[in-house]
Design a protein around this ligand. Structure first.
Ligand code: NAD
Length: 177
């Protein structure tokens, strides 16, 4: 029997509760989900502080915390390429075959629909607070960021001294201006 596969690609800087809610919703609709860790080449920048490997651990442990069976997902880091027109082929080269694309990102939606994929816009959960930008802002301002992320993300950030990293990166980027 053919299994329906959907794909969700995000920078996940870091993995937060919005990503987890949307993944659970997608798994109500498809048999398997491909989770693309986007911009895998980026790390140690204020907007992209975490490596692809760190984000992968956040995601795999968060999925385990949710009790999601590992036969239902693939987590695949994907580097950006300079050419939007061939990005979909690049993604297809890295992943198992899929038929449905889930995204709230307008460029991602545009590129996949032009290639004939069914694109679905998943619901946004508390977007005001559940965004990587807000998590990073709260870390910088010593506010409660832990409530926005799975325990796994908080554990990884603590393990790698991620708070110090984000604060140092912000000081560096200001002093570089
Ligand atoms: P993101 O982490 O901001 O979001 C990923 C997805 O998670 C969103 O589409 C949305 O569906 C979901 N999401 C996020 N917050 C949510 C919330 N509160 N509630 C529900 N769902 C939520 O990442 P992004 O910026 O959309 O990632 C796109 C990736 O694709 C980037 O890495 C980008 O560089 C890459 N990309 C690369 C190329 C290229 O290389 N040429 C072209 C297009 C896109």
């Amino acid at each position: 029997m053919n299994r329906t596969r959907g794909i969700l690609i995000g920078r996940m800087q870091p993995v937060h509760n919005g990503h987890m809610q949307v993944i659970k919703k997608i798994l109500d609709e498809v048999d398997e989900i491909i989770i693309g860790i986007g911009s895998a080449q980026l790390s140690h920048e204020a907007k992209d502080p975490f490596t692809a490997g760190e984000r992968l651990v956040m995601m795999s442990q968060a999925l385990a915390e949710e009790g999601i069976d590992s036969s239902k997902y693939y987590i695949i880091p994907m580097q950006d390429i300079n050419f939007n027109a061939v990005w979909v082929s690049h993604v297809k080269m890295l992943t198992p075959p899929f038929s449905i694309v889930y995204s709230g990102n307008s460029l991602v939606k545009q590129l996949f629909s032009e290639e004939g994929f069914e694109v679905r816009q998943p619901p946004l959960y508390d977007r005001l607070h559940l965004s990587g930008t807000e998590v990073r802002r709260r870390i910088l301002e010593d506010e409660n960021w832990q409530e926005l992320v799975p325990k796994a993300t908080a554990d990884v950030i603590n393990e790698i001294n991620g708070i110090e990293r984000i604060k140092n990166l912000s000081i560096k980027e200001i002093s570089d201006i």
